[in-house]
Design a protein around this ligand. Structure first.
Ligand code: UDP
Length: 242
């Protein structure tokens, strides 16, 4: 096991979208993808970094989509939040199968399957080297798990919020559709907001900006990038206050 001397951060929070767990499928969880991500998380935890994660639910339910189909928005968002709990349990299982201790803490009370979110307890788990997975988003409808990630990262004093995406960082346009799109190596939160760059919702960006929480956007499909970031390498796009 390597030592913490190799790590550039002492505490990080990784935001994984539900879609990241889907792999090539169009619904649910791909066990092989889950295992690969868990392996990367194990590698950085073994560097001595405290690792927290927020997982989305878009691979199962998204409130806005259900509402468009006619469902009451609050009910739809509650279904979305429950979906994140399922994803979090799957990730916990995968981490534990690799020998890593992990706790799921939910913003909505569902304490026969996981712990309730209590900030001091979360920090204690992290100090003990357990990977803490925050489920249930913020616990409120009309929010996203990106905002939950910003909120929890600030609450636990994470050094950085790492947002996993399917591309190599933040681009001037969608690189999957526009071949002329260019990748920014670094940006400010104000530029992200002014140019309406598609990174996270504005609420999440503003929370990071106002609390001086650096954000790094990276490609989850590039195996090893998470470890490189943990070592301090300049991977993806970094967004800072100035
Ligand atoms: N959600 C919510 N409040 C929150 C976080 C999430 O109501 O604080 C609901 C919302 O319906 C959302 C769904 O949970 O669509 C899944 O989260 P999200 O869309 O952020 O997941 P991701 O896109 O990261 O997979």
């Amino acid at each position: 096991m390597s030592t913490s001397a190799a790590a550039a951060y002492s505490r990080i929070l990784v935001k994984l979208s539900g879609e990241a767990l889907m792999g090539a499928g169009d619904y649910g969880i791909d066990p092989a993808v889950l295992k690969r991500i868990a392996g990367e998380i194990r590698d950085i935890a073994q560097m001595g970094v405290n690792v927290a994660a927020v997982i989305g639910g878009g691979n199962i339910f998204r409130g806005a989509g259900l509402a468009r189909a006619g469902m009451d928005r609050v009910t739809a968002d509650q279904m979305g939040m429950l979906a994140t709990v399922m994803n979090a349990l799957a990730m916990q299982d995968s981490l534990e199968s690799l020998g890593l201790q992990s706790r799921v803490m939910s913003a909505i009370r569902i304490n026969q399957v996981c712990e309730d979110y209590i900030r001091r307890r979360a920090v204690r788990h992290l100090e003990k080297g357990r990977v803490v997975i925050f489920a249930g988003g913020t616990g409120n409808p009309f929010f996203t798990t990106d905002t939950a990630a910003a909120l929890r990262a600030i609450e636990i004093n994470a050094d950085v919020l790492l947002k996993a995406t399917m591309v190599d960082g933040i681009y001037s346009d969608d690189p999957l559709h526009n071949p002329k799109a260019v990748r920014y190596p670094r940006l400010t939160f104000d530029k992200v907001l002014a140019d309406k760059l598609n990174v996270m919702d504005a609420t999440a960006i503003v929370m990071c900006r106002d609390n001086r929480l650096p954000l790094r956007v990276f490609n989850l499909n590039r195996t090893g990038d998470l470890t490189r970031i943990a070592r301090g390498e300049d991977v993806g796009t970094v967004v800072t206050f100035e």
